[in-house]
Each structure stands twice: as C-alpha cells, then as structure tokens.
Design a protein around this ligand. Sequence first.
Ligand code: NAD
Ligand code: UDP
Length: 347
Amino acid sequence: MARLLITGGAGFIGSHTCVVLLEAGHDLVVLDDFSNSSPVALERVQELAGRSLELVRGDLRDPVLLEQVFASADAAGAPIEAVIHFAGLKAVGESVAQPLRYWDVNVAGSRALLSTMDAHGCRTLVFSSSATLYGYPETVPIPETAPVQPINPYGHTKASVERMLADLAASAPDAWRIACLRYFNPVGAHPSGRIGEDPNGIPNNLFPFVSQVAIGRRQRLSVFGGDWPTPDGSGVRDYIHVMDLAEGHRAALDALLGDRPQLLTLNLGSGVGASVLEVVRAFEAASGRAVPYEVVDRRPGDAAITVADPSLAAERLGWRTQRSLADMCRDGWAWQSANPQGYQGAS
Ligand code: NAD
Ligand code: UDP
C-alpha cells in the first residue's frame, strides 16, 4: 500500500476516489483549498471508509506549502509515493470569461506540483484530464489517437498540462510513471448518498440540473437543442458513474506502480451514449419525480455526440465500467434527496 497525495480530494471526483483508495488500504494526504468543495465531504469520506486521512488546507499554487507537504512526509519516514491530481477549475463558460485564472490554477498549479514532486523524487502521477480536449470529435466512439483540438480555454489548459507531462516523461523516460485520464461525463454519487456532486449556484451540467429539478430546487430543465443529428434530436454523451471513475483511478495507480515507467493516456468512459431525453426519463424512473423540461436553442460550443472508445483502458488497466445509467440516477437521487442543499448546513 502506498502513501498518496490527493490534490482536490474534497471535490466531486476526488471525494469518491478517496473512499475507494482508503478502502484499498492506501494512506492519504489531501491538499485542498475548498474553493469549490466543503470539508464536510472529507468527514463523510472518512466515515464511509472507516479510516482517517490527513488534510492540508491550502492552495496548489503555493510552492512553500507544497515543499512542506513533501518534506514533512520525507522527514516522517513516509514519503509521498504518488500523486493523484484533481485540483483545478472546470467550468467551460467561466474559463472563457476568466482565462488567466484557468491558466494559473490548472497549468501553473500543475507545474508547481510537478517541480516539487521532481525535487523529492516522487515521479508517479495520475492526472485528471478531460474528453473536452477532443473538441468537436471527427470519429465517434472517440479513440485516444483522435486529434487534440480543444475549443475553449478550459480544454486548452487540460491539453497544455498533457503536453507538459509528455515533455517531462520524455526528459526522463526511466523515471516518470504518468497516467492522463480523459474523463467523459462523470455523474451519480456514492450509493450511500452521503457524498455526491454539490455545484455552486446554478448547475452548468445536465445531471445536477436534472436532479435539482426533481427535488424542486429548479422549475424546469432547458434541453439545449432538439434538432441534433441524434435519434431523438437531443445531445448524446457518455455518462460514467463516479464510482466506476474512482475505481478507474485505483486501477491506473496499480498499473503505474506495478509496471515500468511509462506515460499512459486513457479514455475513461462507458462507451455507451445516452441522450438528454434518455437521462430525463431515467432520472424520473429512479426518483419517482417528474422532471419538466422545454427544448430551447442549442448551447454554443456543444457537440452532437461525444462517446468514448474505452477499449484501451480495458486492455491496459483491466478496467471497464460496471454501472448503468439507472444506477447513476438511483445513486444521484440518493444523494440529492438526502442532501437537498448539498453540503450546506450539513454537519
Ligand atoms: P471539483 O471542483 O468538485 O473538485 C476540484 C477540487 O479542487 C475542489 O475540491 C476544489 O476546492 C479544489 N481546488 C481548486 N483549485 C484549487 C487550488 N488552487 N488549490 C487547492 N485545491 C484546489 O471538480 P471535479 O468534478 O471533482 O473535477 C476534478 C478534476 O477532474 C478537475 O481537474 C476537472 O477539471 C477534471 N474533470 C472533471 C470532469 C467533470 O465533469 N466533473 C470532467 C473531466 C475532467
Ligand atoms: N444539457 C442540457 N441542458 C442543461 C445542461 C446540459 O440540455 O441544462 C445538455 C448539453 O447540451 C449536452 C449534455 O446535456 O448535450 C451534457 O452537458 P454537460 O454540460 O453536462 O456536459 P458536457 O457538455 O461537458 O458534455
């Protein structure tokens, strides 16, 4: 079992991954500034896993803090062996309005982390990349060999970190073990309903919006476009249960630690597409609540269909998704119905 640094471990994907890693017996140090998450998430992670983790509250871009984290682990005789790097900003629209903030947190933050890792001889990293870097995909399902052609600043920052990681891996191919995991659309929650996705303000993404309509926090869903070249005219995406995604991180870590140094770039998706209207119907069935909607204009920047070819991850990690859209809706509803206001006001 390894001692791991988890940046952004209090966030949506990080918190679920922390449960899986704690249950697998790893020791965790979580670095998070709670700019988009709540400390309550980490309390519940520990309660679910029945084990504790170490929390460092602070900013990824702070080199003094990073140095302290690695140096104190070294001094304690329990050095950080690998990093899972979730911390970052992820809202496409915000990235268009505030590009420098995105380049700073996502790219400069990653660079600061890598420098400190290198200085301490920690050269194993799992990085949260995104299918957004495929832009408007030319082939669906999308293989990892598809061109990287992001269409917004958020996507550019993810593509740039992947480039930086490729350059770093090439500079010392016998040293670095790196996995860039390109997530498709992570949704759902831990089946206990104790942790889940808790966006600030009006959700940008479909799934949290639908679940907030079902619980009565929002009146109706706007379906962005009914005239896409898809079977029912609404957009198609590859939704992946966040617990499947969390297990994908454990598998990637095991593969890196158990093999020669290498750079892995893998899609994490189910390979199955679901339309917006299919998600609405599945959520209605899981929750027993109506999800009123109206079809409105397309959202600028959207692609019609984005679905992963997940075969390389299956081959390299022995990992594939296990959970269905119905499972995603059931567990997402368990979280939403038990925590109508998210972590706000929770103890
Ligand atoms: P999230 O916002 O819930 O989690 C990110 C965490 O990082 C939060 O806890 C936040 O407080 C923390 N953080 C942000 N800036 C920080 C900083 N400067 N220093 C320390 N901590 C900081 O997001 P998520 O959905 O869990 O996503 C995790 C990662 O996965 C992100 O890098 C995101 O870009 C990537 N990703 C997410 C999705 C998605 O749909 N959720 C899809 C593809 C890729
Ligand atoms: N979508 C929608 N209404 C919303 C949010 C999203 O119809 O309020 C659609 C969107 O056009 C896309 C799908 O739902 O077809 C998934 O969008 P999301 O923002 O969740 O993910 P991404 O665009 O990153 O794939």
